[in-house]
Design a protein around this ligand. Structure first.
Ligand code: KG4
Ligand code: ZN
Length: 338
């Protein structure tokens, strides 16, 4: 507690970002330090789990120190430690959980395990102090693409999810096919700015009528087929056009299903969360569609969309208020349902 305010330390290590943040009263970011391993994994064309764990281990103490320093707090001021305990790369999640447990034990601070997906949704509480459940959320990242009904700070019901690849996975795979490399999402986002989204027609996959599930694995095959076809005909491929057309096909489905779901579940607010929510074309299209449907759209700034410790601190704060602390037996999980 500092000046009567509740201070939460949030730790996130589920993929390739070593991230620690300090958050006040679950809503205000005092520091948000993110050490990205992108440059290291770029050489391999994607995240190598073993290397990710090793780098988390090497970086975590320095990231912790910087987050505490920037927030100008000491461990005596910290009321709660929140840590991602799944889902994610298990060797990576374990580093965060072990660090959090050690700190909790040494400094006698309560500890709460946070579901990474829940953390993504909670990023919105940091950006929008007025936002409260209920709302409908689109969680769209490298590992997940889900539509959830958020009825309370700690309660979400899944209403649809991808049956195969996550949207971020589709971005990353397609980027590889068209030679943009890793990380695919931001590179396609940038390349698409100079492309024509109508240049190539890729099929929009809506699945059965009324379903809020997604399927993105087919679009990668469509892009591969198109690239091979053009090469066989001796025609050069236009990377910005393919990037823009691929992105458009994905966005058409994502935006329509999200708006339909918000209306069907009688929500006024649609909340975007996860790494792909940083995509500039998706943000623009979602804003237009929500405007037309009379929905208020919430979209965290890009640094709060991709993995960070602040979103974990916010989720931990609300979980602690309702359920109290976890014990020293808190475990790490590769798969953890919402
Ligand atoms: O939430 P996140 O940082 O990690 C996971 O929980 O997966 O999301 C990472 C994913 C990656 O697939 C990355 O390519 C994608 O988010 N991403 C983007 C953009 N920035 C990150 N996708 C599209 N456009 C972006 N600007
Ligand atoms: Zn994430």
């Amino acid at each position: 507690m500092k000046n009567g305010e509740f201070i939460t330390l949030g730790i996130e290590t589920s993929c390739d970002e070593t991230a620690v943040a300090v958050v006040l009263d679950g809503r205000k970011v005092l520091s948000n330090v993110i050490s990205s391993q992108i440059d290291i994994h770029t050489v391999y064309g994607g995240v190598v789990p073993e290397i990710a764990s090793r780098h988390h281990l090497e970086n975590i103490n320095a990231v912790l120190d910087r987050a505490m320093e920037e927030a100008e707090v000491s461990y005596d001021d910290v009321d709660l430690i929140g840590v991602t305990n799944g889902p994610g790369l298990i060797g990576a999640v374990v580093i965060g959980v072990a660090t959090a447990k050690a700190l909790s034990f040494a400094a006698d601070i309560p500890l709460v395990g946070v579901n990474h997906m829940h953390g993504h949704v909670s990023a919105n509480y940091l950006q929008y102090p007025e936002l409260e459940p209920p709302f409908l959320s689109l969680i769209i990242s490298g590992g997940h693409t889900s539509l959830v009904e958020v009825t309370d700070y700690n309660r979400c019901t899944l209403i649809g999810e991808t049956r195969d690849d996550a949207a971020g996975e589709a971005y990353d795979k397609v980027a590889r096919v068209i030679g943009l490399g890793y990380p695919g999402g931001p590179k396609i986002d940038k390349a698409a700015m100079d492309g024509d989204p109508e240049a190539v027609h890729f099929k929009r996959v809506f699945l059965e009528k009324g379903s809020f599930d997604f399927s993105f694995s087919g679009i990668k095959t469509q892009v591969i087929n198109y690239v091979n076809q053009e090469k066989m005909k001796g025609r050069p491929i236009c990377v910005p056009d393919i990037a823009a057309s691929f992105q458009q096909a994905l966005i058409d489905v994502i935006v329509q299903k999200s708006v339909d779901a918000a209306l069907k579940y009688d929500k006024d607010h649609l909340v975007m969360a996860g790494g792909v929510a940083a995509n500039s074309a998706l943000r623009r299209r979602m804003e237009e569609a929500c405007g037309e449907a009379g929905l208020r759209l919430y979209k965290p700034e890009p640094v709060l969309c991709t993995d960070n410790g602040a979103m974990i601190a916010s989720a931990a704060y609300y979980k602690y208020l309702k359920d109290g602390a976890d014990g020293p037996d808190l475990d790490a999980f590769a798969n953890l349902p919402l």
